[in-house]
Design a protein around this ligand. Sequence first.
Ligand code: BGC
Length: 714
Amino acid sequence: MNSIEKQVEEILSKLSLKEKIGQLNQQETPVGEEVESFKEQVRNGEIGSILMSVGATAGNDAQGAVNVKFYNELQRIAVEESRSGIPILFGRDVIHGHRTVFPIPLAMTASFNEELIEKAYEDISREASNDSIHWTFTPMLDLSRDPRWGRIIEGTGEDPYLGSVFAKAAVKGLQGDNPADKDRILACAKHFLGYGASEGGRDYNRTEISDYTLNNYYIPAFKSAVSAGVKTVMSAFNDISGQPVTSSKYYLTDILRDRLGFDGFVVSDYDAVCQLARQGVAENDADCAELALKAGLDMDMHDKVYLNELENLVKSGRVSTDTIDNAVRRVLKVKILKGLFENPYCERREYDISKHREDAKELAAESVVLLKNNGVLPLDKSANVGLVGPFVHERRSLMGSWMLDGKAEETPTVYETIKAKSEGSVVSVNGTGLSWDSSLKWMYNTDVTVLCLGESWTATGEFRSQAEVSLAPDQIKLIEKARSTGKKVVGVLFCGRPVAMQGIAENFDALLLAWHGGSEVASAVADIIYGDTVPCGRMPMTVIRESTHIPMYYNVTSSGRPVNCYYGENAGECYIDSLATPYYPFGFGLSYTEFNYGDIKCDKKEIALNELKEGKKFKISIDIKNDGEFDGKETVQLYIHDKLASFMRPIKELKAFKKVLFKKGETATVDFEIGFDDLGFYLPNGEYTVEKGEIEVFIGKDCLTDRKITVLIK
Ligand code: BGC
């Protein structure tokens, strides 16, 4: 037994059954009249954790600012007035920023820059920990192929490898090497498992996922979070093929703990325990509590079902004390690891918020994806610019959904940032305030029109799915008007999801996807528009032509017939009435400079499977030249295709990438090493296997690259 285990046992041995159950109970911050009775609950040892927000969809509602004094007072009652003296764990949804707001996670992923993502989460944890927060419910690692799903903004898109890279960066950034560090907070990998596959993109909907698909697509990011040391996991609302995850021992214990080796605690999603009755697998609250606890779900968020039911369940013999003790042990262990017993209170510390703003700007800039450019960008600073559209003066939506503590008034607008840089004239027309004809007049009088379009933050997030992923009809009308002036038209899209591009992208001379990019996105956009920053973001999701094509994702298996729509093989035959290729493929993004790729080289043509198992690797390299007029960053992507395997393998799967800065005119060699962990796949039973045979290795700018070599595993 190590010292933490000893401490856990010592605390546990002194707890009454009621106090133990209290550790498994999380309630939300009390307001108004609830406060006094809540304090009594704390005194009685009934509150193990507090959810520092109010409401079932906290990301959509205005939340009160964190009142450090109030939380310290609650903590004092727990530590000094409750019999057990166990501190409360305070958790809040700090999803992509606290006071400083970083891009939504999907946009962060578009940066393909794990160092910046890690730095962002380090900044976020510094700000949040100064506001009493010990624990955040992020990263959301739900792979999703459906941009209709509002929660797509919180995730990392359609690729398991990118998800795994993000998971590691976020967990490391939040928890650091030692989560007891006062500037760090605990991460929570959510929502385990399969939530991103909600049928039709309709939130909270059922999912149908085979074990093969779960293992190869949905689990890897969680595996990566566990390997990075994530201390908590949140279970998902959904069922998988008829089994609610909340009550599934298979998912929460057999896979999460036994297979992935997770040793922290599992918290339910909001009210998910009592919802087992609505899902039709439990008759009443007692059944719900029994099923969830026995499945391996340790802490019950909000619905008080554990608090109200577990004692009787133990007394009636339906739940053993051992089962309770094991859950409590896991919660206590995490509290100890967080250093709560040494430092239960929040003492505010100094930090340099301007540094966080700089980091937010850097990440926002690297997240922006240049989708199209007919040479109009970058603009000359002397150009006369017409800024038109509903996002010219917008602040709040730039910060995105799931943002509880940022301040709109601290978020510059595109008008302000362009005006500050321009040496020409800047006129602005707020597309929602004026008639189209008056906007048109302005457009005629400028050198270039910059249309600032997008979707409101309220069109994204939890329970905010959309049947059609497009721009609003009045925005499409505005694009057509702008086109009709014959002037150059640049589009800047502030969206939470990649919207369908058919009928939109064709009308622009240049198009930037700036996402809901956070506090500094408008500054980043102005730098890109004027060429002070060279764009380098890449699509973490496929950009579809039209909503009816959903789902469309790059890592599909090959059809037996000669059609692979995504890759353009007889794509015209996939639908009689529309072209089923992506508008922009996964991994796509342009630059102001031009990168030319040489041939792929590999140090050997073949390796024996045994040697791979022992750690031998293929060393692969490629020379790339920056042939353009700017210094710029290129994201070099490596995909593989396992040509012959016992299960069908994807036509392309991303296995590595490197983001490299090339000076103008510079040629550099980019190296990769791929070995056992990159070349295999998971069987339905979760076993990892690498099979003999040929593997195609592709390197390029996006998933459509056909530059390849073949290596052999003997
Ligand atoms: C969401 C979670 C969130 C929790 C607490 C739920 O509705 O699904 O992602 O962490 O609320 O706010």
